[in-house]
Design a protein around this ligand. Structure first.
Ligand code: AMP
Length: 529
């Protein structure tokens, strides 16, 4: 028996319809490196997205076809988001920091038919064009090309409608080894994630919010801010330039209240504020995630009256899993106790469930002591990767293994303690330890190699490479670096190469990475001095 309520499919374009109708004059500001500032509003975004959707359909885009973007944060990129989705397509935001082989793989795997790109990536596009097999239309956001496309279209267009479970966005994430994997978001998962995200304990967004997302739009749906800000009719401020001076200027001039990004950018901002005495304007809320937020950073911004929301999530989780927000007994806690709490990864909103399990899959108690594999389930959490022959990656009860190791506290607080996935996260971007190791053992004179992430104050983690020399070999660190340069991106190169006599192994002969990570946990990098 059905109840007595109406229904409409939870489709993403309804967010934009709502923003246009109820908050049409609320501004969208884009600052382009070089100094140009462009102003639009939700009404303009809706109108131009209709134009773009029309153009895409005219180009032959069919429901479910992928539309790639290779771009930084700006208003034209936002139009490509809503235009592609409104045309019934699946928006594929491409991580501009991946290296050529990965970029070739993901565009071909996604079968992108249209690719929008910033002029700054034109050399990359020219280089890879011959290897991208599915792209039929390349459209540059700059030099008037994108604007001319819009100018030639009428805005008489009705969004392509369909089921709320249809896909609308695709983001690839780097796995432990091999090729990146695609996470396919749905209309419904995105809309309910946005409803959760605006709530007070999570991002606390409202019509008064002025949001400056520092997180790139190509990272995990730009942390979903283009959707949740439309839902409340907030003002969006985008910048292609993240230098701290520009961020401070935008915060002051545009009245920014909310911002979000990885720890590395906040460190730069802290140093800038310290060095110049620059103000942060009306900033009242800052979300830090993607890597653990350091205590000193949380303290620094909290002492300046800013609410710091330490967030944990994953591309596979749309991306939000937990956020630190004040507890019922907050006022009874000392500042140090509050900081202790905020250094952990926070609590779940309704819609996310967490549990930790031991090596045998037994559920661990929420005692704040027992660390185990962190698993999660909920309606905006992945079931299976895009076009992946492995099929569903959740267990029989729907749990997805995050690859993080964590302890859950009695009050529901999550504390990430380690990682079971063999990856290194540097400045918010993944480095595959296994790919580094495989590349290193191809170097003459190297018998075995292990890549381990060690703490770095700016990048959070940087790789070091532990190398066992081949008997009688006389390989040098420089020779290994030269060899690696031919195989991996420059920013993947280990900060240090340490020669060791031997490396520990498991019974089956694999490298015992947990022991190595433990052993090198406090390793002091010369580059961090
Ligand atoms: P991504 O899919 O690139 O967003 O990366 C998700 C992973 O980043 C998680 O599984 C964690 O390993 C890590 N991560 C994200 N946020 C945090 C955090 N606040 N503290 C510690 N690790 C984090």
């Amino acid at each position: 028996m059905l109840g007595g309520m109406q229904d409409w499919p939870l489709r993403v374009m309804r967010l934009l319809d709502h923003a246009e109708r109820e908050h049409g004059s609320r501004e969208i500001v884009s600052f382009y490196a070089g100094g140009e500032k462009v102003r639009s509003d939700w009404r303009g975004v809706a109108r131009d997205s209709r134009r773009l959707a029309r153009a895409l359909v005219r180009m032959g885009l069919k429901r479910g076809d992928r539309v790639g973007t290779l771009a930084m944060n700006h208003g034209r990129h936002l139009l490509a988001w809503y235009g592609a989705i409104g045309a019934g397509g699946v928006l594929h935001t491409i991580n501009t920091r991946l290296f050529d082989e990965q970029l070739v793989y993901i565009v071909n795997h996604a079968e992108d038919r249209v690719l929008f790109y910033d002029k700054s990536f034109a050399p990359l596009v020219e280089r890879l064009k011959p290897r991208w097999t599915s792209v039929e239309h390349y459209i540059c956001f700059d030099d008037g090309e994108f604007d001319a496309l819009l100018a030639g279209e009428s805005d008489d267009f009705a969004w392509v409608e369909g089921d709320e479970r249809e896909p609308m966005m695709l983001c690839y994430t780097s796995g432990t080894t091999g090729n990146p994997k695609g996470v396919l978001y749905e209309h419904r998962s995105t809309v309910i994630h946005a409803m959760m995200q605006i709530s007070p304990d999570i991002f606390d967004l409202s019509a008064r919010s002025v949001v400056l997302p520092i997180v790139p739009m190509f990272h995990a749906a730009g942390w979903a801010l283009p959707f949740s800000t439309a839902m409340v009719g907030g003002k969006l401020v985008y910048s292609t330039d993240y230098t701290p001076a520009v961020m401070c200027e935008l915060m002051r001039d545009e009245g920014v209240t909310h911002t979000a990004g990885v720890p590395t950018v906040w460190l730069a901002l802290m140093q800038h504020v310290e060095a110049t005495g620059a103000g942060l304007g009306k900033l009242s809320s800052m979300h830090i995630g993607g890597s653990a937020a350091p205590r000193a950073m949380i303290r620094y911004f909290t002492e300046r009256g800013i609410r710091v929301g330490h967030a944990w999530g994953m591309t596979e989780m749309s991306p939000l899993g937990t956020v630190g927000a004040a507890t019922g007994d907050w006022d009874e806690l000392s500042f140090d106790q509050q900081l202790d709490y905020m250094c952990k990864q926070g609590r779940v909103p309704f819609g996310v469930e967490l549990r930790t399990v031991d090596g045998e899959g037994r559920v661990l108690p929420r005692d704040g002591q027992s660390s185990g594999r962190l698993q999660t389930r909920g309606p905006w959490i992945i079931r299976q990767y895009f076009q992946d022959s492995n099929g569903p990656i959740i267990d029989a009860e729907g749990w997805f293994d995050t690859g993080d190791i964590a302890a859950l506290h009695p009050n529901g607080v999550l504390q990430i303690t380690d990682r079971s996935k063999d990856v290194i996260k540097s400045g918010g971007e993944w480095i595959s330890s296994i790919d580094l190791e495989n590349a290193a053992v191809g170097c003459p004179g190297v018998a075995e190699a292990a890549a381990v992430g060690v703490y770095h104050p700016k990048w959070d983690e940087r790789p070091i490479l532990l190398v066992v020399k081949r008997e009688g070999g006389d390989v040098t660190p420089q020779a290994i670096l030269d060899h690696l340069s031919g195989h991996v991106a420059k920013w993947w190169l280990p900060d240090e190469i340490v020669f060791v006599e031997s490396l520990p192994h498991t019974a089956t002969g694999k490298l015992l990475k947990t022991a190595l990570r433990e052993q090198y946990r406090d390793y002091k990098l010369a580059s961090a001095a």
